[in-house]
Design a protein around this ligand. Structure first.
Ligand SMILES: Nc1nc2c(ncn2[C@@H]2O[C@H](COP(=O)(O)OP(=O)(O)OP(=O)(O)O)[C@@H](O)[C@H]2O)c(=O)[nH]1
Ligand SMILES: [Zn+2]
Length: 167
C-alpha cells in the first residue's frame, strides 16, 4: 500500500519543517479503539501541523508492520494475558517490524533537510539522526492514558524506551 505525505498549506519545505511520522492503526484511527493512543496522537499531530505548518508522513505499517490480520491475532493473545511485545513474539514476529528508512526517503524526495519531529519514540529519532536530515528538535506527543491503554503505554516506556515527559 502506498505511503502518504500530507503537506500543510504554506509550509516552506526549505526551512526547518515540523514532521509527524505516523504508522497506520486502523483499529485506533478509524474505529476509535481505546487499546492504544494512535487515534488521539494522529488527531493531535494534525492539529499541531494545521496550526504551525509541517508534514504528516503516514506509513502503511499497520500493527508496527505486522499487518492487520497479525495484529488482530496479537490482540486475541493479549486478551489471554500476553502484553503487546510478548504477543508478537508468540506469533513468531518481531516486536516492532517497522523500517523508518522509507520516511527518510520521502523527506529527501520532498527536499526537506531539517526537521522538528513529533514523537516519543527513540527509534524514530535514531533513524533521523543516522540520516542526512538534521534533527533540530523533538516535539513530544503525549496523550493521557485511559484504563484500557495504560498497559500498552507501560510496555512502550519500559520495553521500547519511549519518552513520556518533555525530556
Ligand atoms: N503489533 C502491535 N501493534 C500495535 C499494537 N497497538 C498499536 N500498534 C501499532 O503501533 C503503531 C504505533 O505507531 P506510531 O503511533 O506511529 O508510533 P509509536 O511507535 O507509537 O511512536 P510515537 O511517535 O511516539 O507515537 C501502529 O502501527 C499501531 O497499529 C499492538 O498491540 N500490537
Ligand atoms: Zn493503535
Amino acid at each position: 500500500m502506498p505511503h502518504l505525505a500530507l503537506i500543510s498549506e504554506g509550509t516552506d519545505l526549505s526551512k526547518t519543517v515540523n514532521v509527524r511520522i505516523h504508522s497506520e492503526c486502523i483499529t485506533g484511527e478509524v474505529f476509535h479503539s481505546r487499546k492504544c493512543e494512535c487515534g488521539p496522537q494522529l488527531d493531535a499531530a494534525i492539529k499541531f501541523i494545521h496550526e504551525n505548518g509541517g508534514v504528516i508522513i503516514y506509513l502503511r505499517q499497520e500493527g508496527r508492520n505486522i499487518g492487520i490480520i497479525n495484529k488482530l491475532k496479537a490482540y486475541a493473545l493479549q486478551e489471554k494475558g500476553f502484553d503487546t511485545v510478548q504477543a508478537n513474539v508468540e506469533l513468531g514476529l518481531l516486536p516492532d517490524a517497522r523500517d523508518f528508512g522509507i520516511a527518510v526517503e520521502i523527506l529527501d524526495d520532498l527536499g526537506v533537510t531539517s526537521i522538528n519531529l513529533l514523537t516519543n519514540n527513540p527509534e524514530k529519532l535514531r533513524f533521523i539522526e543516522e540520516s542526512s536530515i538534521e534533527l533540530k528538535s523533538r516535539i513530544p506527543l503525549i496523550i493521557e492514558p485511559n484504563e484500557d491503554d495504560a498497559n500498552y503505554l507501560e510496555v512502550k516506556k519500559n520495553y521500547f524506551g519511549h519518552f513520556f515527559g518533555n525530556l
